[in-house]
Design a protein around this ligand. Structure first.
Ligand code: GGG
Length: 347
C-alpha cells in the first residue's frame, strides 16, 4: 500500500511525522511512504501550492496523509497561488466529496471543553461535510458596481446529484451509528438550501431505519452548544460544515483533537486533522499530534481495510490521555514528540 505524505506548512510536518511513526508501528511492513510538498511549501519548492508531481502522487497513492496548509507570508499572493488552494485542488481533482469529521469527548478532557462538563459529556457525533461544491467552488470574482464601488462575489450552488451523493453518505453513516441524521441548511433564506432540503427529504424513503430531521444552520450552531448530545450525524454543505466542525471541536476539548477523512465514491481518501497550520507555534514542539494520529486511524479503517489497527490506535490515544499526557491546547506541557511517543508506547 502506498501512502502519500503531504505535511504542508506550519505545524503540519511535526504532526504528520508523529502519525507516520504510529502507522509504521501498527502496519509498517505493508506500507510504503512517498512525500510531496503542498501549500506554501509547494509554492516555494515548485511555484504552485499543488505542484503537478504532488497531484500525480495523490492519484497513485492508496491514501493521502495530509498535515495543514496556510502561511501568513502568502497573504499577498493571488488566490490561485495561495496555500489553501492545495487542499481545495486535491478534493476537486480526486473527487473527494465526503468529509467525515467525528467529534467526541474523551472523558479525561471534560475540563478542556468550552462547555459545562455535564453538557460536554454527551458529545459523540459525526459531521458529514460536502467538499466539492458550494461557495468554495462557485464562480467568484471582484467587479466594480455602476456606482464605482468594488464588489466581491462567490456563487453558492449545488445541483441535485451533488446533494444526493453526500446525503447518501449521511444516511449510511447514521445507519451504521445511532440512526439519527440531522440535515443542516438555511432553507428559509437560500435557494441552494431549499433544493438541498427537498433532495434530502426525498431520499429519506430509501432509509426508513434512519430518523431524519432538518435544522437551520444558525439554530444548529446554538444547539451544538446548548445540547450537543441530541446529534448523531449531521450532513451539511461545504461552508456550514467547515464552520460547525470547528465549533464542535471546541465542545470536544480542542481543535487539536478532531481528525477527518475525505472520501471519493470508491473509498480512496485524504486524511487530515481539521486544524490549520498554526504558524504561531510551528517548529516549537507544542502542537497536538492526536488529530493527525486519529486521522491515520481513520485511514486504516476506510482506505486500508485494517479496522483492527485503527481500533488499536484509538485505544492508545485514549490510554495516553488517561495517563495524563496533555499538549498545550489541552492545558498541559506535553510536547508534540512526547505525545506521539506516549501513543506508540500504549499501542
Ligand atoms: N488540515 C486542515 C487545513 O490545512 N486547513 C486549512 C484550510 O485551508 N482548510 C480549508 C478547508 O478545510 O476547506
Amino acid at each position: 500500500m502506498l501512502i502519500a505524505l503531504m505535511p504542508g506548512d506550519g505545524i503540519g510536518p511535526e504532526v504528520v511525522a508523529e502519525a507516520r511513526q504510529v502507522l509504521e508501528a501498527v502496519a509498517g511492513a505493508g506500507l510504503r511512504f512517498e512525500e510531496a510538498p503542498v501549500g506554501a511549501a509547494g509554492y516555494r519548492a515548485e511555484g504552485h501550492p499543488l505542484p503537478p508531481a504532488t497531484l500525480d502522487l495523490a492519484r497513485r497513492a492508496d491514501a493521502i496523509l495530509f498535515g495543514a496548509v496556510g502561511d501568513p507570508a502568502c497573504d499577498g499572493l493571488e488566490r490561485a497561488l495561495r496555500p489553501e488552494q492545495a487542499i481545495l485542488g486535491l478534493r476537486k481533482h480526486l473527487e473527494l466529496f465526503a468529509n467525515l469529521r467525528p467529534a467526541k469527548l474523551y472523558p479525561e478532557l471534560a475540563a478542556a471543553s468550552a462547555l459545562r462538563p455535564d453538557i460536554a459529556a454527551a458529545i459523540d457525533l459525526v459531521i458529514v461535510r460536502e467538499t466539492n461544491g458550494d461557495v468554495y467552488f462557485g464562480e467568484k470574482g471582484l467587479r466594480t458596481t455602476p456606482a464605482g464601488r468594488r464588489q466581491g462575489y462567490d456563487v453558492m450552488s449545488y445541483d441535485e446529484d451533488e446533494v444526493t451523493r453526500i446525503a447518501r453518505v449521511g444516511f449510511e453513516t447514521a445507519r451504521a451509528r445511532r440512526g439519527r441524521l440531522c440535515s443542516v441548511d438555511k432553507a428559509n433564506v437560500l435557494e441552494t438550501s431549499q433544493l438541498w432540503r427537498d433532495v434530502v427529504s426525498a431520499l429519506a424513503a430509501d432509509y426508513p431505519d434512519v430518523a431524519l430531521s432538518h435544522m437551520y444552520v444558525d439554530n444548529a450552531a446554538m444547539q451544538l452548544v446548548r445540547d450537543p448530545g441530541q446529534f448523531d450525524v449531521i450532513v451539511t454543505g461545504n461552508l456550514f460544515g467547515d464552520i460547525l466542525s470547528d465549533q464542535a471541536s471546541m465542545c470536544a476539548g480542542s481543535i487539536g483533537m478532531l481528525p477527518s477523512a475525505t472520501l471519493d465514491r470508491a473509498g480512496k481518501g485524504l486524511y487530515e486533522p481539521i486544524h490549520g497550520s498554526a504558524p504561531d507555534i510551528a517548529g516549537q514542539d507544542k502542537a497536538n499530534p492526536l488529530a493527525t494520529i486519529l486521522s491515520a486511524a481513520m485511514m486504516l479503517r476506510y482506505s486500508l481495510g485494517d479496522p483492527a489497527s485503527a481500533d488499536r490506535i484509538e485505544r492508545a490515544v485514549a490510554a495516553a490521555l488517561a495517563a495524563g499526557h496533555r499538549t498545550a491546547d489541552l492545558g498541559g506541557a506535553t510536547g508534540t514528540r512526547a505525545m506521539g511517543e506516549a501513543v506508540r508506547a500504549a499501542l
